[in-house]
Design a protein around this ligand. Sequence first.
Ligand SMILES: [Zn+2]
Ligand SMILES: [Zn+2]
Length: 371
Amino acid sequence: MSVFTMTQGARHTPEILVVRKGLVQLEGCARLTLAVRVSCPQFCDLRGTFVTFQAQGEEEAVTRELVSFNGVENETAEFDVLTGADPGYYCWTAAYGEEEGAVGELGLVDAAALAEAGTPAGALAPAGQGTSAEAGKHADPGTPAGAISGQGSMDAQAERPSHARVSHTLGFEYSPHRVSLAAWDIPMPVLATGPQGVVTLSIGAKCNKGCLLSGHRIRVWDAQGNEVASAVLGEETQEGTDALYKVPLAIPIPESEGPYPYTLGFNGDQDHPESRGSLAFFVAGKAEHMLTIGVLDAQTNKPVAGALVALHPHTGHTDAEGQAAIAASKGQACLRIKAEGYEPYQATLLVAADASLNVELLPKPLYEGDF
Ligand SMILES: [Zn+2]
Ligand SMILES: [Zn+2]
């Protein structure tokens, strides 16, 4: 048979694919960048024809034009779609070609949808109306257009082979990841040490899905929004956790006394939205004096180890000898001591020089011990 007859009778079966070009996790949903790719086994140049595209659950399909052709694949421009806010499975379906027997119907496009989309009628009108000459030029060198029209058919539509209707559905599981940030090992208080001083603490990040986060940078901003420090998460995770990535961080110590709040930031990536955390510390002024405080059991006169000794804003714990050395500024200060099994102790001191003092703690009555 002649090439012409074979060609006219052939119905091409293209392949269609919704391809994912990008993914960004936003607050409360995900944004996918997609394109639709159509390739015909006869290498048809399908530029100027349209695919239909529809999100699951949406009533109306939209049309998207195939705008590029690399000799094999035709592709639409990239476009964005959003998932809903609820975690779950979202899908989008693209279709191309004509239903069997439904000559002239291209995909699911109906006239109303076309009018709405502002599609040039010439490119999309049903083949039966003979207005689709530009659409779908056949690339097969064995089928010159001249051979077709040579039979006397002036129908322009004869130049475009018919393509069987095909569709593809892209599914995407939206399952939002959240990265939480934390800071710990913060000394209390931080002592003002001059312009070169830094406070070294630990920061960490963890994804609720347990993702690998090493290599991500965590930034720290002060209350004025200036970036004061940053660190890249290492391979190491916090002992006892599977996915808390931590890293030491050095923050310059502010020069004046007071509370200092900071914001921690994680930039996010394909799978993770940006996230923020916070940390704060109190910077204490330089203390001129040192108090050595001995803590004793009032009944046995034995040293009490591990007692918390606080002389605001400085704190410390007693050692095995019951001794704690606490920095102190000149002036009046409130001394508080707490130890397990003892009544809390509180006294007001007037600090004028380095000094040592002993404090006796009263054991708690035994009958209260279990409460
Ligand atoms: Zn084809
Ligand atoms: Zn994750």
